[in-house]
Write a protein that binds this ligand. Structure first.
Ligand code: PLP
Length: 494
């Protein structure tokens, strides 16, 4: 299987190992496979009997053809180990009627980023060997909290890779700060910077673009790499849990082989929902894809009107992983519905004017699969309270946005097919706001909120978030933005 850029007409020539190492295409586009491999009913039947790691290895082997099945199976078994994913990698839990919650947060950081970040570093490590790379990859990450922790856990103690994470010293919660400063692993480093998330991100971009720095790294056997969510190595593993959820629907008798189902995804960068679309293109009988947004409802508007317009207010919400105005992976959907030439033109318009409108044929093609709904802050809190009181289910803030969207869709359409709703974070990851919504009281502080939520609901804190205050703090460094490059060199000892 060869890959090409979303913005290029030329023939696909790069193998998976190459594009996982490279991340972004030279022309600024995202990598896409030259064709979509089929998933047959016979294969689905066989997958129904498999464990999650085997399901993952089988699906990935259709896309990563330059990896052997044995390599993929070894990596999937290590990544989705039961000790790391307590209670299963992607269990399906009934909410009520045909509403099913797909819990994607059983991994080592209690959020769905683990589904990709536990496997992608292993794929990268192999990619370095496959492409004859003898330097060590240095992953630099700027984080507003959650991605940094998931990346640290994913890359820790992986061969051929080191990782350094920068976070804004006053821009993350106490829980997030503790999670990162107590990170274990021999190849990890964490550094706080004075400033906000934008400062951290700009600082990392400056380092990535610094030729003298790149040369210095090269001379010492290193090169820069990124853990960015547009990397195909993060996207491909996300296809797996949609197939897995369908197998579980069949196994529990809720679907017969071939019966259609819907999915609803709390969406930020459009990676997760795009993976569901790919599963559909492969032949999985997904009917509707419900795209759920918070108050930053740029995607809801796009799906209704065909116009993507980022010239709008930006809101900080209680579902921060969806606070986003540019959904990078939407470019991949444009490629599959509009082709590379128009995709390149839309992206150029977006860059120049912050807005583009897709042609009517593209809009119709998207309408055939996608529907968009959003939930504002009040609605999100209301849904957390309602599903807890009525169905005894504790949903995190992002999940609540998706549940709201799924309910809006069902109410509007009367569609009673099984609805798989992605749950992207443990409620304990956002304990503060979940506690408020459930009890209508304010917790003592965001760390105490974990215990207070457990106390109030009789549920337990997942292992990645338990006993945080007692862990050994390993990283205490705080630097000015101008000092970030020096901090990198110091960490590498060069
Ligand atoms: C990243 C994230 C999302 C958004 O996923 P995308 O693939 O970026 O659309 C939703 N919820 C949580 C908790 C996340 O961490």
């Amino acid at each position: 299987m060869f890959y090409k850029s979303t913005r290029s007409n030329s023939q696909a020539t790069a193998l998976a190992a190459q594009i996982i190492k490279q991340g972004l295409a030279e022309d600024g586009g995202l990598f896409v496979p030259e064709s979509i491999p089929a998933l047959t009913e016979e294969e689905i039947t066989a997958l129904c009997k498999d464990t999650y790691p085997v399901r993952a290895a089988k699906i990935l082997s259709k896309f990563l053809t330059d990896y052997t099945y044995e390599e993929l199976l070894e990596d999937c078994e290590a990544a989705y180990d039961e000790a790391a994913f307590v209670g299963g990698a992607a269990p399906l839990v009934n909410l009520y009627d045909s509403m099913e919650i797909l819990e994607l947060w059983h991994g080592p950081t209690a959020a769905f980023k683990d589904m990709a970040l536990q496997i992608m570093p292993r794929l990268l490590s192999r990619a370095l060997k496959k492409t004859g790379e003898d330097r060590t990859a240095l992953i630099l990450v700027a984080t507003s909290g959650d991605t940094g922790k998931a990346a640290l856990e994913g890359y820790r103690d992986i061969d051929g890779v080191k990782i350094m994470v920068f976070y804004p010293v006053d821009g993350v919660s106490r829980v997030q700060k503790l999670q990162m400063s107590t990170q274990k692993g021999e190849n990890v480093n964490v550094c706080a910077i004075e400033g906000n998330f934008d400062d951290a991100q700009t600082g990392v971009k400056v380092i990535f673009g610094d030729a003298a720095m790149a040369q210095k790294l090269n001379e010492n056997g290193y090169f820069f790499s990124s853990a960015n969510s547009i990397n195909w190595g993060r996207l491909a593993p996300q296809i797996v849990y949609y197939v897995s959820a369908y197998c579980d629907l069949i196994n529990s008798g809720k679907c017969k082989l071939g019966d259609p189902f819907n999915v609803c995804v709390p969406t930020g960068n459009f990676g997760n929902i795009f993976a569901a679309y790919l599963a559909k293109l492969m032949g999985l009988p997904v009917d509707r894809l419900i795209c759920a947004s918070n108050a930053n409802n740029i995607l809801t508007d796009f799906l209704h009107t065909g116009t993507y317009d980022r010239n709008r207010d930006f809101y900080l919400t209680m579902s921060p992983s969806m606070d986003i105005l540019i959904s990078s992976n939407l470019e991949r959907l444009l490629y599959f519905t509009a082709g590379s030439e128009r995709t390149a033109a839309y992206m150029e318009e977006l860059k120049k004017n912050g807005v583009y409108t897709v042609s009517s044929d593209v809009k119709s093609a998207i309408d055939e699969s996608f529907k968009g709904y959003f939930a504002d802050e009040k609605e999100t809190a209301r849904v957390i309270n309602e599903v807890y009181t009525k169905y005894n289910y504790l949903a995190d803030t992002h999940t609540a946005v998706a549940i709201s969207a799924a309910m809006q869709y069902v109410k509007e359409s009367g569609d009673a097919r099984p609805m798989v709703i992605d749950s992207t974070a443990s409620p304990y990851k956002f304990a503060n706001n979940v506690y408020k919504a459930v009890t209508k009281k304010t917790p003592t502080d965001d760390l105490a909120a974990l215990d207070e939520l457990a106390e109030a609901t009789g549920t337990s804190i997942p292992y990645p978030l338990a006993g945080l205050a007692e862990r050994e703090v390993r990283f205490t460094k705080v630097v000015h933005r101008e000092e970030m490059a020096n901090a990198v060199l110091e960490y590498l000892g060069i």
